[in-house]
Design a protein around this ligand. Structure first.
Ligand SMILES: [Fe+2]
Length: 245
């Protein structure tokens, strides 16, 4: 039985964060250090994150159905003890994840733009050094214990989800990406991947370019923006998942 958080639970989870921020942005993965953000600033950031999601609906008014993509070999064999929507903070770990904190949010909608009630969203990705928390992943013994690697959440009443994770990085053979699996109760599920706009490796990534329709391909490429209103040094990106149902 999957114990998914509710939308309200996801917001509460944001409020529980002990937010920590990098001193500066680096090209290489960096450990995050203690933040000076106050609780009300966290509240404002979380509210801003969720308030932003509806705007993404207008941007996808054409409602391109999100293309399915391979699950890949690194979907968890066993879920981590911590499976919440904050992949940067692992319960019981003192250090935050290496990498650049990135807030990914959006909505899960059907092809008519209607909310898919009760949808559950999973994501998984490699750590800031390109290593998955999976026993068959190359370098697994060296994976970042401070990075959760996998998380899930349930959409709220208007179909919104939100994750706090790290900016995905490339690993051999792949452009930076985040794996998604969206479960729509009674309707089925969609497995796909999110990519980052401006990444040179997008041009040669075999999974991305297997999506032959250009508009569908571009629908899974997300532009990241600076998000200091959420937390210092962070990025944000919006990704709506449009189901064919
Ligand atoms: Fe992958």
């Amino acid at each position: 039985m999957i114990a998914a958080a509710t939308g309200a639970g996801a917001l509460a989870a944001f409020l529980r964060y002990t937010l920590q921020v990098p001193h500066a942005l680096h090209d290489r993965p960096v450990r995050m250090h203690t933040s000076h953000l106050k609780r009300r600033e966290v509240l404002a950031g979380a509210a801003a994150l969720l308030a932003r999601a509806p705007a993404t609906l207008a941007a996808t008014s054409a409602r391109i159905v999100t293309p399915g993509q391979t699950e890949g070999p690194f979907y968890p064999l066993a879920f981590p003890a911590d499976t919440d929507a904050d992949l940067v903070l692992v319960k019981g770990q003192a250090a935050l994840a290496m990498g650049q904190i990135t807030h990914v949010s959006g909505r899960v909608l059907d092809h008519r733009g209607e909310v898919v009630g009760g949808a559950m969203v999973e994501i998984w990705q490699c750590d800031a050094n390109g290593i998955y928390n999976h026993p068959r992943a190359p370098g697994h013994a060296r994976h970042d214990r401070g990075f959760q690697g996998y998380g899930r959440t349930q959409v709220d009443a208007i179909g919104r989800y939100a994750f706090r994770t790290i900016r995905p990085v490339a690993y051999p053979g792949r452009a930076p990406h985040i794996h998604f699996k969206v479960h729509a109760p009674g309707l089925g599920r969609l497995t796909t991947q999110l990519y980052i706009a401006g990444e040179p490796l997008n041009a040669t990534d075999g999974v991305l370019n297997a999506i032959r329709d250009r508009a569908a391909r571009e629908s899974v490429i997300v532009r990241l923006e600076e998000a200091s209103e959420l937390e210092s040094g962070a990025l944000k990106g919006a990704f709506d998942v449009i189901l064919s149902v």
